[in-house]
Design a protein around this ligand. Sequence first.
Ligand code: PLZ
Length: 425
Amino acid sequence: MASSEELHKRRTAAVARGVGSVIASYVDHAGGGTLTDVDGREWIDFASGIAVTSVGNAAPRVVEAVQRQAERFTHTCFMVAPYESYIAVCETLNTLTPGDNEKRSALFNSGAEAVENAIKIARHATGRPAIITFDHAYHGRTNLTMALTAKNMPYKHRFGPFAGEIYRVPVSYPFRDGGLAGGQAAAHAVDLIEKQVGADNVAAIIIEPIQGEGGFIVPADGFLPTLVTWTRATGATFIADEIQTGFCRTGTWFASQHEGLVPDLITTAKGIAGGLPLAAVTGRADLMDAVHTGGLGGTYGGNPIACAAALATIQTMHELDLCAAARWIEATVLRRLHDLAVRHPEIGDVRGRGAMLAIEIVAPGTLTPDPATTAAVSAACHRAGLLTLTCGTYGNVLRFLPPLVIDESTLHRGLDILEAAITGR
Ligand code: PLZ
């Protein structure tokens, strides 16, 4: 078998430079909470392929469902010759997502595609053009979703011009806004929307209930509910982008549930199908059904193998109670991170929910981001066999996204590596 070194050479000659990778080791197989590279080295997985393999890699039920479906048929295109599993995924999403109102769903391939479609639906249903997005937001890399995404490098740099009628307002970021109350932070955002955009022009507010790529930012209590109340009063649509936060990741099925929110539309992807590409828009039946027949779709959206994987994934989440597992991970990891923060003043903030946790690294006693130390700690983790990711507008957030099935000893071994990486620098 080719070594990572050999594969890296081939990759450099064959794969476009624009596509990066966090590590230069190449995967041979993966399962549960670990990956094994082609050189036979084991990695503890605190990344889950960016919050995707919540049920574990190659989860047995998912593998079996994929194999069974692949033998029956691999693709017909739901818009050409429909099949049951697409309907079953939509039924499941309509019941699982917050709110007992009547809902509909439509299936797509990627998170960005789901976001694009949620915006299409909101604009079509309201007849309004403007979309409100936030500082530190991440919604994807397609043209419309780049416009929604906040950070220039690496996502947007020289890829413009971007889609129009997108307006960005400040988010609640307790570590950096002096602990502004959620309601006050929302009032500030609403004031800007009303003055600069005009309430009657707003088709939708789109927000990640916990911002992901932007830095695992948990808004202050009351921020999201105040925005929802404003959309209800003005006829705008509230879109929760739960692509990273959904499917038990934060200790509930959806992060919106922490504050009892019922979004008008909700976008999901990542954790939904155990690693197979699937995404969805789920929401109020009147909004979803406003679009004319044939107005939504795509060749592969709701591919039968991805749908079979999703049904097996969701069943596994129920059976293993992975929302409870995420809450256990939160308790276990937060205890150790808080302990570490006491001894390391460069850890300015410890935050997150469930198995979506992070530390923000700054010059001690200040808010000045320290991306160099963040990168150095992450690199030290990689050298010791722990796969970690960084994020944040300032590149100074180290985030932890273990699969929800990770066992206690693997989780602690991972945290031991992290602790040594921070202590040993
Ligand atoms: N919305 C909230 O987190 C994807 C991006 C990784 P796609 N996040 C990982 C990268 O650098 O490309 C994401 C997200 C939220 C939308 C998306 C986009 O989902 O499936 O990557 O298109």
